[in-house]
Design a protein around this ligand. Structure first.
Ligand code: SF4
Length: 720
């Protein structure tokens, strides 16, 4: 029996149960897995964030454990036929190591790159970063969280000195008198969170939603602002302008807890409400009502999510709302503050422990000499041998197979062929590689292009930790062992590291005893990896030194920073000081600017993307779950009926959405809830319905976040 699994009868025989968390989004709902007669079912579990609730994705998560499409043997591309064929682990690992050595011999260590994922456990994210820097000695590692959280992370860092999605417990949402959700649709992306919104409103609170579409969340709101895509920053600046004019700014808070306000006051002086209305389409009366609801509330929370963040000005847009929150004196007060709703399951922890191109474990900067010394000491290598910073995800993907870019790529827990912007171009880059390796448990669109596919364990088959959207570290507990032929990601990394350290026929790698040394450096037991992660993170901004698995088990998780096993953790940040050198939060003036691509006569409509309730991310998993496939079987294009009329399109008819980069084809879905100048498509599908064939690869200059949420398109009826 695996760590944590117990007999449901208490007599050491089946059925077995284990208390764990959902494999999907950052809410990380608590659930119980039960195995009886070989069948695994999901049961509700009381946990402080989801309080027994699960969405359809969570209820059906166990279906993939024994799915007929589950990969249980490595696959190697046959050079003769070009097809993927079953192979032994020995042959697959040999092929990878030979390929890595050939590429690095010809082009240097940076010619091999690693691409990780925001769904990997903390242990795996940590081991992957270490593997890239120590075993491969490459600077090129980044991950798909760059497409998710990076703009809010960068804005939080520059304002507060630390990036934790919610710097307060989720329960604070229920206490807020006013809650402003900007570009967030939790009613579809994380439905159990809606209980907190319901509680907030039942207590008499006001919910205000900013979104270009009438989403399921917008329908719950007391007030819905429906701006033109790409104009949220103008809305934020206008709200602060009104708060200043009306005298709602908390002068004492601004004077004692912040710096830089005069420059922001000057920068928003020109954002009178009528100007913001002309730009965004949000009526002045709604802007004033929103500012009043925030400015006069005793407790108010402002939350952003991908709708505000996935723009080439995403960092500045989030900063605009952070400025507003700081001016109103919200951060650090119970029931108040600014936060970001993280998306991926371990979007928070996954960005703290070394998968990001510029970071080492504990949220340390890789260009900080003291950080390098500390982490190199834990890893047992000279600090001078650690590579420097790499490049953000899209730049990395766009450079693959080019003369100056990496020639080999190892992908863990990600499907960029569907999830990257301008995806057809990314697909071409992947095809240009000398070696593409994908570790996954299903044949994703990216795995289908690989030279080597490695079958890896699923969430119910391995232990580990995840860090939810509150910065609360949780235990993922295994119910059963992986099926025969399947290995964990940690075992794969250890195997590869050992082989890379063994001298090859060409003399590459190794040295006496290097293989056993490498194996010791890459333990396969997640508890051992976590113990090392704790040491590596000690003293860093995301300090896990005091977080033990036992402590997590004894409570409902542990909030970082937690530097001391006998000391407190930190459910609420910023009560007394911010994580900046002087302890004060920093205002930054930010100006609205147009999207990287605005509409024009040839491409007269805005295109925006998002999620639907029954699918998750690139859909590799959820598209294979029968109930979810029935609920959301395929891609669609949402159009306003007036626009459909103009185009001569009826509901269900196939349409083409065409941008300068490519097109998607899917049936039209008519909805009066979308602006007539905007079309929407979910991004969960590949093939002809791939939304990211159309999206723009312009990125935010600070965070590297691509502009998924706005580009210019035309829509055409597809003639039968
Ligand atoms: S809300 Fe998120 S964590 Fe909860 S059950 Fe649904 S997908 Fe899983």
């Amino acid at each position: 029996m695996t760590d944590g699994a117990r007999s449901a009868t208490g007599r050491g025989s089946a059925p077995r149960e284990v208390a764990t968390h959902c494999p999907y989004c950052a809410l990380q709902c608590g659930m119980t897995l039960r195995e009886e007669a070989g069948r695994v079912t999901v049961l509700p579990r009381q946990f402080p964030t989801n309080r027994g609730g699960l969405c359809q994705k969570g209820w059906t998560a166990a279906e993939l454990l024994d799915h007929p499409e589950r990969l249980t043997t490595p696959l190697l591309r046959d050079p003769g036929t070009g097809e993927l064929r079953p192979a032994s682990w020995e042959a697959a690992l040999d092929r990878i190591v030979t390929g890595i050595r050939a590429v690095q011999r010809g082009h240097g260590p940076d010619a091999v790159a690693v691409f990780g994922g925001g769904g990997l456990t903390n242990e795996k994210a940590y081991a992957l970063g270490k593997f890239a820097r120590v075993a491969l000695r490459t600077r090129h590692i980044d991950y798909n969280g760059r497409f998710c959280m990076s703009s809010a992370a960068a804005a939080g860092l520059r304002a507060f000195g630390v990036d934790r999605g919610l710097p307060f417990p989720l329960a604070d949402l229920g206490r807020a008198d006013t809650l402003l959700l900007v570009g967030a649709n939790p009613a579809e992306t994380m439905p159990p969170l809606v209980r907190w919104l319901t509680e907030q409103r039942e207590r008499g609170g006001r919910l205000i939603v900013v979104d270009p579409r009438v989403t399921a969340t917008a329908r719950l709101a007391d007030l819905h602002l429906q701006p033109l895509p790409g104009t949220d920053l103008a809305v934020a600046n206008a709200l602060l302008h009104i708060a200043l004019t009306e005298g709602w700014v908390d002068r004492a808070y601004v004077d004692t807890r912040t710096t830089g306000f005069p420059a922001v006051r000057r920068s928003v002086a020109g954002w009178w409400p009528a100007r913001a209305e002309a730009l965004s389409g949000v009526p002045v009366a709604d802007l004033e009502a929103t500012a009043r609801a925030l400015g006069t509330a005793e407790r108010a929370v402002i939350l952003t999510a991908r709708g505000a963040e996935q723009h080439a000005k995403g960092v500045d847009t989030v900063t605009g709302f952070v400025n507003l929150a700081l001016a109103l004196g919200l951060p650090g007060r119970p029931g108040s503050g600014y936060g970001c709703l993280t998306g991926q399951g371990n979007g928070q922890g996954g960005r703290e422990h070394g998968q990001k191109a510029d970071q080492l474990p504990g949220y340390r900067r890789i260009d900080d000499p003291a950080a390098r010394e500390h982490v190199a000491g834990v890893w047992g290598v000279p600090a001078g041998e650690l590579p420097g910073p790499g490049v953000p995800a899209y730049r990395l993907l766009d450079s693959l197979g080019t003369p100056a870019g990496p020639k080999a790529l190892l992908v863990f827990g990600s499907n960029p062929v569907v999830s990257a912007p301008r995806a057809a171009r990314v697909e071409r880059r992947l095809r240009d590689l000398d070696l593409l390796v994908v570790a996954d448990f299903l044949l994703s669109e990216t795995a289908a292009l690989a030279d080597v596919v490695l079958p890896t364990a699923q969430w119910a088959e391995e232990d580990g930790t995840m860090t939810n959207l509150e910065g609360r570290v949780l235990r993922r507990r295994a119910l059963r062992e992986p099926p025969p032929g399947v290995r964990t990601d940690l075992a794969v990394l250890a195997d590869l590291a050992a082989r890379l350290a063994t001298p090859g026929e060409d003399g590459g790698g190794g040295g006496a005893g290097a293989a056993s040394g490498a194996a010791a450096r890459f333990p396969t037991d997640p508890r051992t990896v976590f113990a090392e992660l704790r040491r590596a993170s000690a003293g860093g901004p995301a300090d896990y030194a005091g977080v033990s698995w036992e402590r997590i088990d004894a409570a409902d998780g542990v909030w970082w920073p937690c530097p001391d096993e006998d000391g407190p953790d930190t459910p609420r940040l910023f009560a007394d000081r911010f994580a900046t050198p002087d302890g004060r939060a920093r205002f930054h003036p930010v100006e609205h600017r147009p999207a990287a691509e605005e509409v024009c006569p040839e491409y007269p409509l805005y295109f925006t993307t998002g999620r639907v309730l029954a699918q998750y991310q690139s859909g590799t998993q959820t598209r294979r779950v029968a109930a979810l496939r029935r609920a959301a079987p395929s891609a669609f294009v949402e159009l306003h009926p007036d626009l459909a009329d103009r185009l001569g399109v009826t509901d269900g008819e196939p349409v083409r959405v065409v941008s300068r980069r490519g097109e998607l084809r899917a049936p039209a879905r008519l909805s009066p809830g979308i602006r007539p100048d905007t079309v929407f498509a979910p991004f969960h599908w590949g093939g002809a319905g791939r939304a990211n064939s159309v999206t723009n690869d312009a990125v935010d200059p600070v965070s590297g976040m691509p502009e998924f949420k706005i580009c210019a398109v035309r829509v055409e009826r597809v003639e039968p």
